[in-house]
Design a protein around this ligand. Structure first.
Ligand code: G3P
Ligand code: MG
Length: 250
């Protein structure tokens, strides 16, 4: 299977969950802060609502990052759209709403931010989530640089590949298993994403031999980022773009 390529070159630093720790995670404020700091690319998490619409949120449940409660996949769009997704971090962010993928795409395109969409399926909904997110990404970024789409769920990635054969995909593991390359090749992934602290040099060598960039999460210290780049890591996801973002400025 031919790997679809990215239409853009990977920057050194992706703001993790939109704006890292400088804003409530997975929010439009985070995207604005990332752009203001000169970060070129952002990563965010996407999950389906009860209506099957994609929203930016990390957890399967609403309690940690919003004033709602219950499972995201059992909550309708009209309810998700009025939740407060900012006050949990700081009162100055009160009133920040949960972004739909559509609103995030519009803002990223306006701000010129490159994107890694991480598909976060709720339990039992991996295939549906992969398919829906891939279709929407394809539509929302039509005519411009397509995001890199990744997931820990191989079922979601396979469904995304089937729904959008030309979508650039990334295989995401906490610690890459021995057969990570075969599993990445099964979905024609172009990149390997993994925990920075679970990356062996043997994995890096195999990735380089296969012309596959390696992206590591979550790196909040500039010296650690610099050391990873020296080892051959292409990019890092960071919550501290105010510190690590400088390492990545070309
Ligand atoms: O995509 C990289 C990273 O975001 C994966 O971990 O749990 O922060 O989504 P998590
Ligand atoms: Mg993520």
């Amino acid at each position: 299977m031919i790997r679809p390529r990215l239409g853009w070159s990977l920057p050194r630093v992706f703001a993790h969950r939109c704006g890292g720790a400088l804003a409530p995670e997975n929010t439009l404020s985070g995207l604005r802060i990332a752009a203001m700091l000169g970060v070129r690319a952002v990563e965010f998490d996407v999950m389906l609502s009860a209506d099957g619409s994609p929203w930016l949120i990390h957890d399967e449940t609403l309690e940690r990052t919003t004033d709602g409660c219950g499972r995201v996949c059992e909550t309708r769009d009209d309810r998700l759209g009025v939740l407060d997704a900012g006050a949990y971090q700081h009162p100055s962010f009160a009133g920040e709403t949960l972004p739909s993928l559509e609103s995030a795409a519009r803002l990223c395109r306006k701000l010129g931010l490159l994107v890694n969409v991480e598909i976060k399926p709720a339990a039992g909904l991996a295939a549906t989530t992969g398919e829906q997110v891939a279709r929407q990404v394809r539509e929302l970024w039509a005519g411009t640089d397509l995001p890199l789409v990744s997931s820990f769920s191989e079922v979601a990635l396979a469904a995304a590949r089937e729904a959008a054969p030309d979508l650039p995909l990334g295989s995401l593991f906490e610690r890459p298993p021995a057969d990570w390359l075969a599993r990445a090749n099964q979905v024609a992934a172009l990149s390997l994403h993994c925990d920075a602290y679970a990356l062996d040099d043997s994995v890096l060598s195999a990735a380089w031999a296969s012309d596959m960039p390696v992206l590591c999460y979550t790196v909040n210290d500039p010296l650690t980022a610099a050391a990873l780049f020296r080892r051959g890591v292409t990019a890092v996801f960071s919550d501290r773009i105010d510190r690590v973002g400088r390492v990545g400025l070309d």
